[in-house]
Design a protein around this ligand. Sequence first.
Ligand code: AMP
Length: 219
Amino acid sequence: MAYALKMLISGKQGAGKGTQAAKLADHYGVAHVSTGDMFRAAVKAQTPLGQTAKGFMDRGELVPDDVVIGVVVEFLTNHGDDGFILDGFPRTAAQAEALEEAVGEDGLDLLLDLDVPTDIVVARIAGRRVCSECGATYHVDSPPNVQWVCDVCGGAVVQRDDDTEDAVATRLQAYQEQTKPLLDFYAERDLLVQIDGDGDVDEVFARAVAAIDGARAGS
Ligand code: AMP
């Protein structure tokens, strides 16, 4: 049996990371681990983790490194060997270093970066709607069959609290300043694979699979 895929997916907010990570996790039979989804679930359940994260998230700021690293390292310790697609982590240099320490220098197959121009992600985020129950994603231009009831689970489809104009501007700034420089960190380790993330979901998915299979065959 092929060894389990262990990869990261990155890109600006609204680049399609969550959508592609879910499809890719299904395709390769590994876990989709989204730190944003973990925090949203914790906020909804009003756990101590959720109470810590909520203020940062609503303002579009990053949750402090020690909090995020603790959550991800716990997951990797328990389930990392079964393979994973980490979505939304790492977002800072400290997180990238903690990840390397947790999985070892040869512990990742690749970082797949979805390259999408800023004006396109801003338009995508402005129209984005999500199911408040299961997290399924919609857009005002492709709503659920019954407005605004989730096709998957029947939950209410709403706008995310952090998809407001101010929070989006803060998140894009955090991406430019803290997350984009990580591409160099992974390029130096020969793990960076970039694809054009503009296009419809199936087109980008086909590009992603070709890039991942190519990177694994070459490693
Ligand atoms: P996302 O769904 O990936 O856009 O994440 C939503 C929000 O969760 C972010 O704007 C941050 O407030 C928080 N968050 C998610 N992942 C991280 C991370 N790796 N580091 C810090 N904050 C994070």
